[in-house]
Design a protein around this ligand. Structure first.
Ligand SMILES: *[C@@H]1O[C@H](CO)[C@@H](O)[C@H](O)[C@H]1NC(C)=O
Ligand SMILES: *[C@@H]1O[C@H](CO)[C@@H](O)[C@H](O)[C@H]1NC(C)=O
Ligand SMILES: *[C@@H]1O[C@H](CO)[C@@H](O)[C@H](O)[C@H]1NC(C)=O
Ligand SMILES: *[C@@H]1O[C@H](CO)[C@@H](O)[C@H](O)[C@H]1NC(C)=O
Length: 371
């Protein structure tokens, strides 16, 4: 709902602001001898593309299309007024794009991407403060059907849709959770729509402004507040405050709940337990493989068992978050393998392998015949 409101405001504001235009800078290149081998430019194919530069190493392939067929080669950041359709182009016969994930989450039909012969075109109509973020493109190198990203070609730019009524990039979530890990930095993601806005970080209880020293706690307008080495003392509810240059009252961001995670990063810590290690023929039994870990860490389970490929079993995977004391959260991931109507073939070793992005752990237990 809130998004629609600011969207309307952004449009209204556009009406007022119309005329303010992005400055054009043309990149007059000195050395034309740096053309990359294997990426020869074919001249004059697209009369609309007036650029003379060749694509050389390290140069952005990403441009913004301005009025009257002019182009702006994009650097690190760009500030635009909301409302006015954004058109980006990226040179290449097969191009991949990345843009704020928000546009995908809401399957936004304001966004369209079209691959032309020599370039790919990204159009975002009615952009608003919420579309502030990184836009990037890269060349896809294809060998028949198989394509891979040419990482060297990646060009990116961070676009601010500067809205004087929305100092913070609006978040679809009103209450966000950020995790504090002892071994990595934490970000309180209150990003702004204009890099010039001054932002402060506040704890809710007890009410307190957090001092920003630039090292332990720093602010980056494209990311938010970064806490370098989080400790349990940092847990709690926070918000960010932005001072407007045009308004007397500051703006408050979404609320952020910082939770402390005690489990260090690493391969999963798994345990296995059989409902019973000795069963009789015809019994129903199950094995539970459990992993305690970081709240956002996905765990995948796989099983090896005596009757593999020969008899059907039921495998149920699930996970949930459990609170272990104030601000301490752990994710409990489980895989349960159920064997109904035990037979001789089911006796033996059951091995569960739990895998996360840091590695895998296998645990085993045996199920024997009662007789
Ligand atoms: C290529 O251009 C660079 C400057 O861009 C210059 O230093 C170099 O001498 C040139 N090399 C040749 C072979 O022209
Ligand atoms: C915002 O303005 C208030 C009052 O003018 C001032 O006390 C505060 O320090 C300012 N905050 C920042 C982050 O500049
Ligand atoms: C596994 O077996 C135990 C003991 O028989 C039972 O209490 C539990 O509900 C079973 N779990 C599942 C998922 O079937
Ligand atoms: C778990 O499996 C899913 C789907 O098969 C996959 O996308 C994901 O990358 C896997 N995660 C890990 C940690 O292996």
């Amino acid at each position: 709902m809130r998004l629609w409101i600011f969207f309307a405001l952004a449009l209204l504001w556009l009406e007022v602001q119309h005329g303010l235009c992005q400055q054009t800078t043309r990149n007059k290149e000195a050395g034309e001898n740096r053309t990359r081998p294997g990426r020869k430019r074919v001249k004059g194919r697209n009369p609309k593309v007036k650029e003379k530069e060749s694509v050389s190493k390290g140069q952005s392939i990403l441009t913004q299309v301005l009025d009257k067929g002019r182009f702006l080669r994009l650097g690190e950041t760009l500030s635009l007024n909301p409302g006015k359709t954004l058109e980006l182009r990226c040179k290449g016969t097969k191009i991949g794009w990345a843009y704020p994930s928000y546009l995908d989450t809401y399957n936004d039909n304001r966004l369209s991407i079209k691959q032309h012969d020599r370039f790919s075109q990204l159009i975002l109509t009615s952009p608003s403060a919420a579309d502030t973020g990184e836009y990037s493109c890269w060349v896809m190198l294809c060998d028949g059907e198989e394509c891979e990203r040419d990482a060297d070609s990646t060009s990116k730019t961070y676009i601010y849709f500067t809205d004087k009524d929305e100092l913070f990039v609006p978040s679809p979530i009103h209450f966000e959770i950020a995790y504090l890990h002892p071994d990595k930095h934490t970000t309180v993601p209150c990003r702004v729509t204009n890099p010039k806005i001054r932002v402060s970080l506040h704890r809710e209880v007890p009410p307190k402004e957090i001092p920003v020293d630039g090292t332990q706690i720093s602010y980056n307008p494209t990311k938010g507040f970064i806490i370098q080495t989080p400790s349990p003392e940092h847990k709690g509810a926070y918000y960010c405050k932005a001072n407007s240059t045009t308004k007397s009252t500051p703006q408050i961001s979404t609320m952020y709940q910082l939770l402390y995670v005690e489990v260090p990063s690493g391969p999963p810590f798994a345990t296995i337990k059989a409902s019973s290690n000795t069963v009789s023929g015809g019994d129903i039994f199950n094995l539970t493989c459990t992993v305690l870990g970081e709240p956002e860490m996905n765990v995948n389970f796989s099983w090896r068992y005596p009757g593999q490929d020969q008899r059907p079993v039921i495998i149920q995977d699930s996970w949930r978050l459990i609170n272990r004391g104030v601000g301490h959260t752990t994710r409990i991931s489980k895989s349960v393998l159920i064997v109904d109507d035990a037979e001789t073939i089911d006796f033996g070793k059951y091995i569960c392998t739990a895998k996360n992005k840091n590695g895998e752990t296998s645990v085993a237990t045996s199920v024997k015949s009662h007789d």
